[in-house]
Ligand binder design. Structure first.
Ligand code: ZN
Length: 544
């Protein structure tokens, strides 16, 4: 009897993590995440995995198991449950963060808390959630007992020996599984290229405290709203330095309320004030904790940096603490925010000029330690761009794991007795887009497009494709506005790259969405290399 795992997302990009494990014809989905759009995805708000094949088999789907509460692991859940409504299982905070999100979207779901370190039976699935340390509390790995042996999915993790809540990655539990024998391991590859050990979350406490102590006026601190332990450390440092706390941003309010109810966050009520009342306090008693650490254009911090915020005008004497690093793709936006805040006279302390941020993902030596504890027969690196997956695979090979495969979205691994087989492109795995017109804040999407167009210009790529063969029969025809004075040489080069990419693309995949993505990437890469600009690229594909 074989067991298979099919990867819907997260293998080849950072985001939309999701994997389907099938036993005896029944399917459990591990995570159901979303991806935030890349800069070149015009008008797109969110990117999902393609679960159309699971909709066709919806009677076979048993449950969703969540590893932790991050959006790239739970953010597509509401949309999935609309299509396939099955029970969702996870730890307490994970489930409550997910519940708040699906409630907001008006979706009914059967969400259940599962205790950690206890075997749970759900249909043919027997699994256990094992605590791991990560940048959100209550994160877990999943171990499954299957007819083909034990399978372990690490979730997102690091080996933090001194986490804020005193719940480190449960190495003894993993060692026990390792001794029993692990048939297949899937593990987080995000930091597989980074040497050594990532410093502990508690290591940022002192630098954050120093920055707040040294501030003469108001302090505005930004971090991820789900990073409850970071919020705890910032708030604690503020209170110790005689400040009151005001929270800012919808997700910041939502998550701190949930975490406080579940006792993951402990901030005395008397130390918290409403943002509207903050102005009554002298600046040296104010600490604002806000969203916007990623330079999101309409988050509070961005508005403050442009002098457009309703309540807060940033200026001389203010200290802004950005306790985060930009995720790939956001570097420029964050850099702009830092420059604008500095121009307004604020002192900006951020992950690059002070040790006020650490990653929630394991570095190389941690990954090697983890591999050594589990000693799996087969290994599939997950959660990363291709380069990260490749680096993680090399680590596993270097320590003698027998069967190592770098898989991508849509691929399947099949465990069948002694054999470990790989089926490439077992299911469709293109990006599924949700644009502003179907849900969410249309206004902000339109504004974002406009500002992007104004900054960088637009390139329209028109291609005619033979309906049957997928060959290019017209174009690529390139038309640009606002890019540069004489763009013809650059556009010629880009056209060649687009044509080449389409030819490569044609072997195998056929959906238009994927093809548009290929065109955007190919054209974008050349234009970026030649001009250092990132225009909006609009691919127009005609099937002829
Ligand atoms: Zn995560």
């Amino acid at each position: 009897m074989s067991v298979s795992i099919t990867f819907l997302g997260g293998l080849g990009e950072i985001g939309r993590n999701s994997a389907a494990i099938e036993i005896e014809g029944r399917i459990a989905l591990i995570d159901c995440g979303l991806m935030f759009p890349e800069e070149d995805m015009l008008g797109v708000d969110l990117v999902f995995p393609d679960w159309s094949w699971l909709v066709e088999r919806s009677d076979d789907v048993e449950c969703v198991i969540l590893t932790h509460g991050h959006e790239d692991h739970t953010g597509a859940l509401a949309y999935f449950l609309r299509d396939v409504n099955v029970p969702v299982l996870g730890t307490r905070l994970t489930i409550e963060l997910a519940r708040a999100r699906i409630d907001e979207l008006g979706v009914e779901g059967d969400l259940r808390h599962v205790p950690v370190k206890k075997w749970v039976d759900q249909g043919p699935f027997r699994f256990q959630l094992i605590p791991v340390s990560h940048s959100v509390p209550d994160a877990s790995a999943v171990a499954l007992e299957t007819p083909e042996g034990v399978i372990v999915h690490s979730g997102d993790f690091k080996l933090d020996p001194t986490p804020i809540d005193g719940v480190p990655t449960d190495l003894p539990a993993f060692a026990t599984l390792g001794r029993r024998g692990v048939r297949l391991l899937m593990a987080d590859s995000t930091n597989a290229e980074r040497p050594g050990f990532e410093p502990s979350e508690s290591s940022v406490g002192q630098p954050i405290s120093d920055a707040i102590r040294d501030a003469s006026g108001r302090v505005i601190a930004a971090c991820f709203a789900s990073h409850i332990h970071r919020i705890q450390q910032i708030a604690g440092a503020g209170i110790a330095n005689g400040r009151k706390i005001a929270f800012f941003g919808r997700s910041m309010h939502r998550n701190t309320t949930i975490a406080t109810d579940l006792k993951s966050l402990d901030i005395p009520q008397k130390s918290v004030v409403d943002i509207k009342d903050m102005d009554e306090l002298p600046p040296e008693q104010q600490l604002l904790i806000t969203t916007g650490s990623q330079g999101e254009p309409f988050a509070a911090l961005s508005l403050m940096s442009q002098g457009q915020h309703k309540f807060v005008e940033v200026g001389e004497g203010d200290t802004v603490l950005i306790s985060a690093k930009p995720i790939p793709g956001n570097e420029r936006a964050v850099s702009k925010v830092i420059s604008n805040l500095t121009r307004r006279g604020a002192k900006v302390v951020h992950g690059t000029n002070a040790p006020v941020h650490v990653s929630g993902h394991a570095n190389r030596d941690e990954l090697l330690t983890f591999l050594n504890l589990l000693r799996p027969q087969a290994f599939v690196p997950v959660h990363g761009e291709y380069r990260h997956l490749h680096a993680h695979a090399e680590l596993a090979r270097s320590m003698g794991v027998r069967h190592v495969d770098v898989l991508e979205d849509g691929d399947r691994v099949i465990l069948n007795g002694k054999k470990t087989q790989v089926l490439r492109r077992a299911v469709p795995a293109g990006f599924v887009y949700l644009d502003g017109s179907s849900v969410g804040d249309v206004q902000s999407a339109v504004l974002r497009d406009r500002s992007h167009l104004a900054d960088e210009g637009v390139v329209v790529v028109t291609v005619g494709i033979d309906h049957d063969t997928g060959e290019v029969v017209y174009g690529p025809d390139m038309d640009s506005h606002g890019l540069m004075d004489d763009p013809s040489a650059v556009l010629d080069k880009a056209a060649d790259a687009v044509k080449e990419a389409i030819v490569e693309h044609a072997s195998g995949r056929s959906d238009i969405g994927e093809l548009q993505k290929t065109i955007r990437q190919a054209a974008g890469r050349v234009i970026r290399a030649e001009t250092a600009r990132r225009p909006v690229i609009v691919p127009v594909v005609m099937e002829l």
